[in-house]
Design a protein around this ligand. Structure first.
Ligand SMILES: NC(=O)C1=CN([C@@H]2O[C@H](COP(=O)(O)OP(=O)(O)OC[C@H]3O[C@@H](n4cnc5c(N)ncnc54)[C@H](OP(=O)(O)O)[C@@H]3O)[C@@H](O)[C@H]2O)C=CC1
Ligand SMILES: O=C1OC[C@@H](O)[C@H](O)[C@H]1O
Length: 375
């Protein structure tokens, strides 16, 4: 039987760093990752700064036939676009995604989907009402490695999982690296480590203890250290307890000390999934892992002496790795689905709720207009 290839026509909303990486990945031949049912084309690019910026982006990616727009409104109205990739700072996700959904356009929105759970709920409701697809761009969810790890957990090889630990931290001198204006530390752009990096540690805890564990909302405890020059959070540690199973999740994020201090994963692993029969360790960074190892517990009567070291399972990525989430969007559009089962809207909202609770526990609010549900 010949498989029909479905072509997805993308509109790129914003022309910053991640828009560029994502576009590059869209243009990687799907055959390089053994995909034959989906292909991608970029039909439009919008920059809110200027048409010249959209043109420079198109030139940089060799997209001479893409339509260029100097406003996000024009992109949302473009009839040759099936789905818009929203690649603006956190502060803008709610209003930019809302614009597209209200125009009847499907949306893949960068993480975090919004600033708070109330906004995320409104986006989900709007997508449903308008019959359009919406997904948060948590790309790691779609890695073959994530699927492989999930299959090991579901198969029972780890026994029952009681704890997941994940650390997504950079070790930088924040003052010199990001100053006060960069989106990572700027409150006016909804910056801060929890929303930017903590979401990935939470992703691993949720992937194992929530998604594979029966969608149970956890009890949330946390602590946060603020970055004095802007008041954004620089180190945030979250402890979750899932009531039914009693399983615990520890989701760390930070900007001052690194989960990978030498850049060679000597401090591995960044993620540990611990069960009664053994554990899986995954090397970081949490957002782009490429290796894991399965460590079975010693059997009754077995001794550690003379045992061979456990081998890593390497899963290299033929590009940056954002194409897998794009393929998922394509399959959902092709199949008329309004959301992905792998990154569901209710799970995105649940994670936003956790981050809301963490911020509330630590008196961390964004400017009122960013927290607002007006758009
Ligand atoms: N999945 C991943 O691995 C990553 C995800 N991200 C996420 O992507 C988003 C964007 O990050 P990144 O690309 O690094 O950010 P950049 O600052 O590089 O780009 C953001 C773009 O958004 C547009 N924009 C619109 N309004 C504003 C504004 N007020 N201030 C600044 N930019 C504005 C601009 O494009 P224009 O002028 O053309 O409209 C700008 O180039 C964030 O949500 C971040 O969390 C970031 C890095 C990695
Ligand atoms: O999503 C992200 O992943 C990579 C980081 O460099 C970036 O700050 C963050 O937004």
């Amino acid at each position: 039987m010949t498989i029909q290839t479905f072509t997805v026509r993308w509109g790129i909303l914003a022309t910053g760093g991640i828009a560029s990486l994502f576009t590059k990945d869209l243009l990687v031949p799907p055959s390089s990752r053994n995909v034959t049912d989906i292909q991608h084309t970029v039909t439009a690019i919008a920059s809110s700064s200027s048409l010249e910026r959209a043109k420079a982006f198109a030139d940089a990616h060799n997209l001479p036939s893409a339509t260029l727009h100097d406003s996000y409104e024009a992109l949302a109205a473009d009839p040759n676009v099936d789905i818009v990739y929203v690649a603006t700072p956190h502060s803008h996700h709610f209003r930019n995604a809302m614009l597209c959904l209200q125009a009847g356009k499907a949306v893949l929105c960068e993480k975090p989907i919004t600033v708070n759970a109330r906004q995320a709920q409104i986006l989900a409701d709007t997508a449903k009402q308008n019959g359009v697809f919406l997904m948060e761009a948590v790309w790691t969810r779609f890695f073959p490695l994530t699927k492989a790890v999930g299959q090991i957990v579901s198969s029972g090889q780890l026994g029952s999982v009681h704890r997941v630990l994940a650390d997504m931290s950079f070790g930088e001198e924040i003052e010199t690296k990001w100053g006060t204006e960069h989106r990572l530390v700027n409150l006016d752009l909804a910056g801060g480590v929890l929303l930017d990096l903590g979401i990935y540690s939470l992703t691993w805890v949720f992937e194992i203890l929530y998604r594979l564990g029966g969608d149970e909302y956890p009890k949330v405890m946390s602590t946060m250290t603020k970055y004095a020059p802007t008041g954004s959070d620089e180190t945030t540690s979250v402890l979750l307890r899932f009531p039914r199973s009693g399983a615990q999740g520890i989701a760390l994020s930070g900007l001052r000390v690194s989960s990978d201090p030498d850049g060679m994963n000597s401090a591995r692993p960044a993620i540990r999934i611990q069960g009664t029969k053994g554990e899986i360790q995954i090397d970081g960074p949490c957002y782009r892992p490429t290796a894991y190892r399965l460590i079975p517990k010693l059997q009754e009567g077995e001794t550690a002496a003379g045992k061979k070291p456990i081998q890593d399972v390497e899963m290299p990525i033929p590009g940056h790795g954002m194409f897998w989430e794009a393929d998922e969007c394509g399959r959902c559009l092709r199949d008329g689905k309004l959301e992905s089962e792998i990154m569901s809207l209710q799970e995105s909202i649940a994670i936003m709720r956790v981050m809301d609770e963490v911020r509330e526990q630590n008196d961390f609010v964004y400017p009122a207009e960013l927290e607002s549900t007006d758009y």
